[in-house]
Design a protein around this ligand. Structure first.
Ligand code: S3P
Length: 413
């Protein structure tokens, strides 16, 4: 599982990485309990960490640390759990992390860590050389247990939501998605980019036309995936809405990965598992909450948006136009990756906070909550402009518009 939706979010990393500070901030943003294991130990033993080390020695400290970690990780509602820098040395803790948590490595280079904590009260941060050696010795253990790496609170929230944001990420997609895969892609996007994976491709018409019952039925019938297979959605918000809905319903739900190619897709639609198709009576009237296993965001994909959409990207309050992506505009007009990351993290936080999932299973509930999706808003006189259920003319959505291309070969462009 590539997100922390229904499990603990554990933070590991070397001394001085900021696990306690960032963990508290992440917990606050996600509306979760924060468990700082060292502070818990200090509270229960009524001794500080240096006192525990001094009175009992490191070996005893590791046992106490393991007990506290196993207790915290095996129980309770999903929390944010910060572990001490050396906790990963204990095999039992590594196993508990694998079983019960989504683990993020809060990374820090040893020189910065030494500046922050060297010579302070941490028993293992007294001698600079052994501090560096310890860092080197533990690095492979952090890599082994962590499913994601982060350096700040936005990075932690993004990781918790299963979001990877990186310039050029598209090229790394084959590393992130394995097993049986089929790609559902916007035909316009396929004219501009090779399919991101060597897999069967189903092309959809661009825009809202993809979100019809006819199109989704066609897709259901074309898919050959088993329950363990993964749908990869490659396109804008309409593609991810429709492909995500197909994933939520096909075989009673299969995993999916969102690869959004538009700004609105990247900072909103592909985050948090809102999936839907339209009815002639209104937009998004049938759907499901089905959290993507991953959302892979490559800001470089926005380079093919037309210039006015690039400008929109740089102006957060405006929305994307419906024009298809056709030209290449200067990268300077694009929103910066850090702005994009803040926007995505904020959306991810909102959706993580508002999603309550069943215990251990992936979130595949097909229930729609009341509110904007309720009958009342289907009435055009009460539908608010711009709400997710605003009425659009029935003629906008042909009965079937999934272009048949089950085994369309990857384009060479
Ligand atoms: C330790 C790190 C400390 C604390 C103890 C041992 C370590 O926690 O658990 O001093 O072995 O690296 P922080 O990583 O929060 O400093």
């Amino acid at each position: 599982m590539a997100h922390a939706l229904d499990r603990h979010l554990a933070l590991v990393g070397f001394m001085g990485a900021g696990k306690s500070t960032l963990g508290a901030q992440a917990a606050e943003r996600l509306g979760r309990r924060f468990v700082d294991l060292d502070r818990e130990l200090e509270r229960s033993l009524r001794q500080t960490i240096p006192q525990i080390f001094g009175a009992r020695g490191e070996a005893d400290f590791r046992e106490l640390e393991a007990e506290a970690a196993l207790e915290a990780l095996a129980n309770g509602s999903p929390a944010v759990v910060a572990l001490g820098g050396g906790a990963v040395e204990t095999e039992q803790i590594r196993r508990a992390l694998r079983e019960h948590a989504f683990t993020v490595h809060v990374e820090i280079d040893p020189a910065t860590a030494w500046i922050r904590v060297g010579g302070g009260d941490r028993p293992l941060a007294q001698d600079e050389q052994s501090f560096h050696e310890l860092h080197e010795q533990r690095s492979p253990l952090y890599d082994e247990v962590a499913q994601a790496v982060a350096h700040d609170v936005d990075g932690i929230v993004l990781a918790a939501a299963g979001i990877e944001l990186e310039e050029g990420l598209l090229a790394r997609l084959p590393e992130l998605v394995d097993g049986d895969v089929e790609v559902v892609a916007d035909a316009t996007v396929l004219a501009l980019h090779r399919p991101p994976l060597e897999a069967p491709v189903h092309a959809l018409r661009g825009g809202e036309e993809a979100k019809s019952l006819g199109a989704v039925e066609r897709l259901w019938r074309e898919l050959r995936l088993g329950r363990d297979g993964t749908i990869v959605a490659f396109g804008g918000g309409c593609t991810t809405d429709m492909a995500g809905f197909a994933a939520a319903t096909y075989l009673r739900g299969v995993p999916w990965v969102a690869v959004p190619t538009t700004l609105v897709g990247q900072v909103d639609a592909a985050i948090g598992g809102k999936t839907a198709i339209n009815l002639p009576e209104g937009k998004n009237l049938v759907g499901a909450f089905h959290w993507p296993e991953r959302t892979a965001i490559d800001p470089a994909l926005l380079e093919t948006l037309p210039p006015e959409e690039q400008r929109t990207s740089a102006t957060p309050s405006r929305t994307r136009s419906r024009r298809p992506a056709t030209t290449t505009a200067p990268a300077t007009a694009r929103r910066s990756p850090s702005a994009c990351s803040r926007r995505c993290a904020s959306r991810a936080r909102t959706r993580l906070r508002s999603t309550r999932c069943c215990d251990r299973s992936p979130c595949a509930s097909t229930a729609m909550p009341p509110g904007p999706h309720s009958r009342a808003t289907r009435n055009p006189s009460t539908a608010r402009r711009g709400s997710s259920c605003s009425r659009l003319p029935a003629s906008r959505w042909p009965a079937s518009n999934c272009l048949s291309s089950r085994y369309a070969r990857p384009s060479t462009r």
